[in-house]
Design a protein around this ligand. Structure first.
Ligand code: NAP
Length: 499
């Protein structure tokens, strides 16, 4: 607990304060946490693979050991239902165990050996050995919309620890109680594993001061973030203006276009419309991969899609949003679209109480979409926009004017394959994940997953924040030239390589 200003958690459904007071950190405490993480770095980054993997497994066990208190607290703080949070807890511990497995396998070290040749002419060839090393202490900003899987012990933390980087979490102010329970679990795993106490720390803040000081601290060497474009870019700016700039892996904003192809619409427009409605309202639309934009050629197939989506959405009850701020931002964005001269409202779900958002589906035409860049700003919540195109050429024009995305989905039948073949090469320039006959919601945590994409989906489109590749964000390669065996790190010594 910090020595700074105190605050209470807020119940998402009512806006009332929840019991138990929390205290923000002071700048002295940011300094202390960074100093401890820096002190922990040399030993933690060189822990044997088995020790580090066992530590990650232990974190997973400690989170499970919290039991139902974790779910009950997270339900109150986020308004998310039990089933969703239980699933998210399973994903969180599964992801920690996946990284433990990855560490044991050791592939991320990328060990490479180039034999030397002293007799090579005209110049001798040096012997080179390479491995990846950990970057240093990492600052992680927990996300509001995944209080477990993208928060204190979520994907950023798990991948940074797996890489050998100590972690300091700036807890999200929307779920401090949930964060504290998980933070204690990680701290217990650190101490039970005999690791340096600076391996993990967590700080609360009542404003932006703590997070900003953390990113500016010279001992922090990388940042993981999920949240708004404004927040992410504020941190990117601080990180790039440091004496030693550092990478910020910020996942920020994406509207996840869905392209509805003519034959698919003709054959099963109504089915796709119903499935889309189900995906749009999932988790009150508070997913980074929520399908916020539909692109289609106008015609009877699209009409069938719209009718089915309209009918399904009309039945949808309003849902509690994560925070009062997010609820307000959603209502304002929906109002902006509703009063936009080029946008028509197509469907609306049921209204609810305060903090509960109704789903809304809008439509516009391609020319208006192209003339009004503000129409592709992310609306965080269950709101969608259909862009009607007159022909394939207009579909391509819309695609060429889109910003970077996390996902793009294609609804296609076999007869659409030739048209899809034209588009796919363009789409891979736009998004980190392309999918066929599905929607982007539901992100599998696995080795071949990419949850990233060109700006503004993320601040660094070369990376992913989900899946085992996420570990590479926190590593850098070092080459050892003509080193005697005794001076090499053990993984690169002759005995380590079986030579
Ligand atoms: P946020 O406002 O960006 O906050 C995320 C984290 O960054 C919080 O810990 C916040 O601190 C901190 N922060 C924000 N601005 C900062 C700044 N200028 N300097 C230092 N720290 C800063 O995001 P959010 O609270 O999760 O949700 C707000 C909006 O973010 C949503 O309406 C939505 O538009 C977007 N969002 C997008 C995604 C996505 O994946 N695309 C996911 C979640 C949210 P506090 O805890 O003190 O606020």
């Amino acid at each position: 607990m910090g020595k700074g200003k105190s605050f209470f958690a807020v119940e998402a459904a009512t806006g009332n304060s929840l019991p138990v007071e929390f205290a923000g950190a002071t700048l002295d405490e940011v300094n202390e946490a960074s100093a401890l993480a820096w002190e922990a770095f040399p030993s933690f980054s060189e822990t044997g693979l088995e020790t580090r993997a066992a530590f990650l497994d232990r974190v997973a066990l400690e989170i499970e050991a919290i039991g139902d208190d974790l779910i009950v607290r997270a339900m109150a703080e986020t308004g998310l239902p039990r089933g969703r949070l239980e699933g998210e807890r399973a994903r969180t511990v599964g992801q920690l165990r996946l990284f433990a497995k990855e560490v044991r396998a050791g592939r991320f070290q990328e060990l490479r050996f180039d034999a030397g040749d002293p007799t090579r002419k005209p110049v001798p060839k040096p012997e080179l050995r390479l491995r990846n090393v950990a970057l240093g202490p990492v600052a992680v900003f927990g996300a509001s919309n995944f209080p477990l899987a993208f928060s204190v012990a979520g994907g950023d933390t798990a991948s940074a620890l797996a890489a050998g980087c100590p972690v300091i979490v700036k807890a999200h102010s929307a779920h401090p109680g949930t964060s504290e329970l998980v933070g204690h679990a990680v701290q217990k795993a650190v101490s039970d594993s005999g690791l340096h106490p600076g391996t993990f720390a967590m700080l609360f803040d009542t404003g932006f001061e703590v997070g900003q000081a953390l990113v500016a601290d010279h001992r922090i060497k990388a940042v993981g973030f999920t949240g708004s474009r404004r927040g992410g870019m504020a941190l990117v700016k601080i990180a790039s203006e440091r004496k030693q700039p550092i990478p910020v892996y910020a996942e920020m904003s994406s509207i996840n276009p869905v392209i509805l192809f003519p034959n698919a619409l003709q054959q099963r427009g109504a089915d796709i419309g119903k499935a889309f409605a189900g995906s749009l309202v999932l988790g009150a639309g508070q997913f980074c991969t929520n399908p916020g934009l539909l692109i289609a050629i106008d015609g009877p197939g699209l009409d069938a899609f719209k009718d089915a989506a309209r009918a399904a959405l009309a039945e949808t009850p309003a849902q509690t949003m994560l925070t009062g701020g997010i609820f307000k931002a959603y209502c304002e964005a929906v109002q902006r679209l509703a009063s936009h001269s080029s946008v028509a409202e197509l469907a609306r779900g049921q209204d609810g109480k305060e903090f509960q958002a109704a789903t809304v589906l809008f439509e516009t035409d391609a020319s208006s979409f192209l003339a009004h860049p503000e129409l592709q700003e992310e609306v965080f919540g269950a709101a969608g926009l259909i862009v009607k195109c007159s022909d394939e050429r207009q579909v391509l024009e819309v695609l060429d004017n889109l910003e970077g995305q996390l996902t793009i989905a294609l609804q296609v039948d076999e007869a659409d394959h030739p048209a899809a073949q034209v588009i796919v090469p363009r789409l891979q320039q736009l998004a980190g994940r392309l999918l066929i006959n599905g929607f982007g919601t539901g992100v599998e945590v696995s080795p071949a997953m990419v949850h990233g994409g060109p700006f503004p989906a993320t601040s660094d489109g070369r990376s992913t924040s989900v899946g085992t590749l996420a570990i590479y964000r926190f590593l850098r390669p070092v080459s050892y030239q003509d080193f005697p065996d005794v001076l090499l790190p053990s993984a690169l010594q002759n005995s380590g390589t079986g030579k």
